[in-house]
Design a protein around this ligand. Structure first.
Ligand code: AMP
Length: 739
C-alpha cells in the first residue's frame, strides 16, 4: 500500500462511527442519477461552488486511495460500506407518504426565494467571511477565554441569567423514551472514566481481574493484525475491509478475548469496537467448530439499527470463513422471517433484548442452551434505559459457563449493577475519548436571542447558503421528535426535501431515512440524539445544532459527526439565552483556547432581515401545516383500518392454522415495562418521575411480580402445547372414524 497517499488523522474524535467508504462519487456520473432534476444546473454551478466555499474539498475527499489513521488504525475507502437494508425480503407495512401530502399542498416543488441561490460566488464568499465574528459573541465565556476573542457584543455579559428555568422546562419535562435516552446520554457524558471510582477499592479488587492485566493490555500496542496471531481467513477478511492496523481498543482487547477471558471495555462507536469483539469471536468459532448447528454467540445491542450494523460488520469479517452463520433477532422487523432464520440456529445471533426473549420463548426450535459467548454492546445505555429486567431474564436463560464481553461508551455502571450480568473477573479496558473537537472543525455559533420563532426560517436560510446544490450532508440535531417532524413539513413547504430520524418512526421509515441520507438522495437529516446514536453514517460536512444540547459532552458527540478523517467540517449551533446554552459555548471556547485553536470557534452573524422574509412565508402557511398534519393523521388511520381488515381476512382464511399455533407468551406487557422503567428511575432519584407515575409504581409494587418463564417452564409449556395438539388430532381422527 502506498504510504505516501495516507493522511494522518490525529484529531479523530471517536464518538460516533463513520464509514468513509460509502461516499458516493460526486464527481462523475452519479450526480445525474442522484439528482436527476438538478443535474444540468449542478454541472454548471459546481465550479463556482467549489471556489466559493472554503470547506469544499469534494475532489480530494473522494480520492479512492485515501486513508486516514484511526489513532493507529487506518480506515480506508476500499470497501463498499455497511449494508443498512437489514432483511431486504421483509414484508413492509405501507407508510403515509408525507412528502406526497406536502407536494399536494404546494411544497417540494420550488425552493422558496430562488433569487437567493442565483447570487454569485463572490457575494457568497464575502458574506460568509464577513459574517464570522471572532468574538465568541460574549456568551459569558470566562474572563480568560473572552480575552482571546477579538470583540464582544454589548450587554451580552449581563443578560445571561433569568432564562434558565425556562429552558429547563423546555427540555426537561419530556418524559418519553427520547428524553430518557438523552438523560442517559447526559449522565453518561457527564461521567468521565473516573466516575466508576465510586466503588470501593475492596469491591473493585474482588470484582475485576488484576489491574496489571488491564495495564499490560493497553501497553502492548499491536501495530498490525499479524502480531495478534489470527487465522488466515480472518486476516483475509480484514484485508478485504482494508483494515491494516488494529485500533487501540482492538489492540488491547483482542488478545484477552482470545484467551476466553471476560472483558469490560470502554469504547465508543467509531473506535472500531465492533471488530474488537467480532474478530476474537470468529477466531474462537473457527478454532472449535460445532458438531451440530447451535447458536454459540449472542450479541445484544440496544437498537435495531446498531444490530443490523453489527451483523453486517460480522458478515464482512467472516467472509472467508467457511460455515459461520449470522442471524438477527430485532424488534420492528418481520417476526416470522426471523423465526425461520433462527430455526437453523445461526452461530452468531445479534439481537435486541426484548425480541431475543420473545424468540427464546416462542420460536419452537430456537434455543440458547449452547451459548458460549455473550456480548453486550452499549452496555451502559442498556442498563440506563430500562433494559435491566430483560437483561436479567436473558442471564437466567443462557448458560452461566460462558465468556462475557461488555462494551460501553462510558462506564458509569456500578459494580452492583454489573454483578447481575454475571461476569467472571472481567479485565477492564478503558480507552478514553479525547475531550476536544476535531482539529479541522470550525465551530460556529449563531446567537438567536429571543427569536426562537425564527429558527425554522434561520435553518432554511443557512442550509441554502451553505449548500444550495444539495451535494453535502447536513445533520440537524433537535431536542424533540415533534420538532423534527414539524421542521420536515416547514422546510418541505419551502421547497427543501429533508429526512427525519427519531423514535416515533417505523423501522422501515428509519432505514429509508438513513439510506436516503447515505446516498445523498436527501442530503439533510433532522434527528434526535437517541435515534442517531451508534449509527455509522458516512462523511458529513455540516452539523447544525438547531436545539443546543444539554451538555458539552453531548455537543462533542454531535459535532464529532463532521470533520472526521482529517477533513474539514463545520458545525453551526443556534444559541439561546439560557445558561445551559451558554455553558456549551463557554466550554467550546475554553477547549479551543487550551488547544490553541481559538480561531476555530467563531460567531456567525446572520442577515436577520432575510430570515424574517423567509419566516413570513412560513407563518403564512400555518394553516397549511395544520392541514398537512391532519391529513397525515387521517391517512395513518386509514392505513391502520386497512391493516385491521387485512388481518381479519387473514384470520378467517387461515383460522385453523392460526389456532393450531402455540400462543405467544410475553415477558413483560407494555405497562409492566413502563413501570419497571419508572421504578428504576425512582431508585436513581431521577426528576422525570411525576406523581402520577409514582402512584402507578406504588400500586404495582403491591402487586406480585410479573411471571417470568424459566427454561424448565418453557420446556413444560411446550410439552403441554404438543400434548394439546396431539389430543386435538386424535379427537379429529376419532370423529372421522365415527363418520
Ligand atoms: P465501530 O466503532 O465498530 O462502529 O467502527 C467505526 C468505523 O471504523 C467503521 O466504519 C469501521 O469500518 C472502521 N474500522 C474499525 N476498525 C478498523 C481498523 N482496524 N482499520 C480501519 N478501519 C476500521
Amino acid at each position: 500500500m502506498d504510504k505516501q497517499k495516507f493522511k494522518d488523522f490525529e484529531d479523530f474524535v471517536p464518538t460516533i462511527s463513520d464509514s468513509e467508504n460509502e461516499v458516493p462519487d460526486l464527481d462523475g456520473s452519479e450526480d445525474e442519477t442522484l439528482h436527476p432534476e438538478t443535474s444540468t444546473k449542478t454541472k454548471s454551478k459546481k465550479k463556482k461552488a467549489n471556489n466559493s466555499n472554503p470547506n469544499e474539498d469534494i475532489h480530494e475527499d473522494l480520492n479512492p486511495s485515501f486513508r486516514f489513521d484511526l489513532d493507529g488504525a487506518e480506515v480506508s475507502s476500499g470497501f463498499e460500506g455497511w449494508n443498512f437494508d437489514g432483511d431486504k425480503k421483509l414484508e413492509t407495512n405501507p407508510d403515509v407518504d408525507l412528502d406526497g401530502i406536502i407536494r399536494r399542498k404546494g411544497g417540494l416543488i420550488q425552493m422558496a426565494g430562488t433569487g437567493d441561490s442565483e447570487s454569485d460566488g463572490s457575494e457568497k464568499e464575502s458574506e460568509s467571511e464577513g459574517e464570522l465574528a471572532l468574538d465568541g459573541f460574549g456568551m459569558g465565556a470566562d474572563e480568560k477565554s473572552s480575552k482571546c476573542q477579538s470583540a464582544t457584543h454589548e450587554g451580552d455579559a449581563t443578560d445571561s441569567e433569568g432564562d434558565e428555568s425556562g429552558v429547563d422546562e423546555d427540555s426537561g419535562v419530556e418524559s418519553d423514551k427520547q428524553t430518557e435516552g438523552q438523560e442517559a446520554l447526559m449522565t453518561a457524558g457527564n461521567g468521565s472514566v473516573s466516575d466508576i471510582e465510586d466503588d470501593s477499592e475492596e469491591a473493585k479488587a474482588e470484582f475485576y481481574a488484576l489491574e496489571e492485566e488491564s495495564t499490560e493490555a493497553k501497553k502492548t500496542v499491536h501495530t498490525n493484525f499479524n502480531s495478534l496471531s489470527l487465522s488466515r481467513p480472518v486476516l483475509k477478511g480484514l484485508g478485504a475491509l482494508n483494515y491494516v492496523k488494529p485500533s487501540p481498543i482492538q489492540s488491547a482487547t483482542i488478545p484477552i478475548a482470545l484467551l476466553g477471558k471476560d472483558i469490560i471495555a470502554g469504547a465508543v462507536t467509531g473506535s472500531g469496537k465492533t471488530a474488537a469483539y467480532m474478530i476474537p469471536i470468529i477466531e474462537r468459532l473457527l478454532y472449535k467448530p460445532a458438531q451440530i448447528a447451535s447458536t454459540r454467540v449472542i450479541v445484544l445491542t440496544p437498537t435495531r439499527e446498531l444490530a443490523i450494523q453489527v451483523s453486517d460488520v460480522g458478515a464482512k469479517l467472516a467472509k472467508f470463513v467457511n460455515g459461520i452463520s449470522f442471524g438477527l433477532a430485532v424488534g420492528g422487523l418481520n417476526l416470522r422471517q426471523q423465526e425461520q432464520t433462527l430455526r437453523s440456529r445461526p452461530d452468531i445471533v445479534i439481537a435486541t433484548p426484548g425480541r431475543l426473549i420473545d424468540h427464546i420463548r416462542n420460536s419452537a426450535s430456537f434455543n440458547v442452551d449452547s451459548v458460549e459467548i455473550l456480548v453486550i454492546d452499549e452496555a451502559d445505555r442498556m442498563l440506563e434505559e430500562g433494559f435491566q429486567d430483560e437483561l436479567n431474564e436473558i442471564m437466567s436463560l443462557i448458560p452461566s459457563k460462558r465468556q462475557t464481553l461488555l462494551f460501553s461508551a462510558t462506564m458509569n455502571s456500578k459494580i452492583n449493577q454489573l454483578i447481575s450480568l454475571s461476569l467472571k473477573k472481567p479485565v477492564k479496558i478503558m480507552i478514553d475519548p479525547p475531550r476536544q473537537a476535531a482539529a479541522k472543525l470550525t465551530q460556529e455559533f449563531v446567537r438567536v436571542r429571543k427569536r426562537d420563532e425564527l429558527k425554522p426560517a434561520l435553518l432554511f436560510h443557512l442550509i441554502r447558503k451553505l449548500d444550495d446544490l444539495s451535494q453535502k450532508r447536513v445533520v440537524v440535531f433537535v431536542a424533540r421528535k415533534e420538532v423534527a417532524h414539524k421542521l420536515r413539513i416547514i422546510l418541505g413547504l419551502l421547497g427543501m426535501k429533508v429526512a427525519e430520524l427519531h423514535g416515533s418512526l417505523s423501522q422501515e421509515q428509519r432505514l429509508q431515512a438513513v439510506n436516503g441520507f447515505k446516498s445523498l438522495q436527501v442530503p439533510v437529516l433532522i434527528c434526535t440524539d437517541l435515534a442517531s446514536r451508534g449509527l455509522d453514517i458516512p462523511k458529513i460536512e455540516f452539523v447544525i445544532n438547531y436545539d443546543m444540547p444539554k451538555t458539552y459532552d453531548i455537543y462533542l458527540h454531535r459535532v464529532g459527526r463532521t470533520a472526521r478523517a482529517g477533513r474539514e467540517g463545520r458545525s453551526i449551533s443556534f444559541v439561546g439565552e439560557s445558561s445551559q446554552d451558554r455553558n456549551v459555548v463557554k466550554n467550546a471556547i475554553k477547549s479551543a483556547e487550551e488547544n490553541k485553536k481559538q480561531d476555530t470557534v467563531v460567531g456567525r452573524m446572520v442577515d436577520w432581515a432575510k430570515v424574517e422574509e423567509i419566516n413570513k412565508l412560513t407563518t403564512n402557511k400555518d394553516d397549511v401545516i395544520a392541514e398537512i398534519l391532519e391529513e397525515e393523521k387521517q391517512e395513518k388511520e386509514i392505513l391502520r383500518a386497512e391493516m385491521e381488515v387485512r388481518k381479519g381476512e387473514n384470520m378467517l382464511k387461515h383460522k385453523d392454522e392460526i389456532s393450531a399455533r402455540p400462543r405467544r407468551t410475553w415477558f413483560q406487557t407494555e405497562g409492566e415495562k413502563k413501570n419497571s422503567k419508572v421504578i428504576q428511575a425512582l431508585s436513581k432519584g431521577k426528576k422525570t418521575v411525576n406523581s402520577k407515575k409514582r402512584k402507578r409504581i406504588e400500586a404495582t409494587e403491591d402487586r406480585s411480580r410479573s411471571y417470568k418463564k424459566t427454561q424448565k417452564d418453557r420446556g413444560s409449556d411446550q410439552q403441554r402445547t404438543y400434548a394439546k395438539q396431539k389430543a386435538k388430532k386424535e379427537m379429529k381422527k376419532k370423529k372421522q372414524a365415527r363418520k
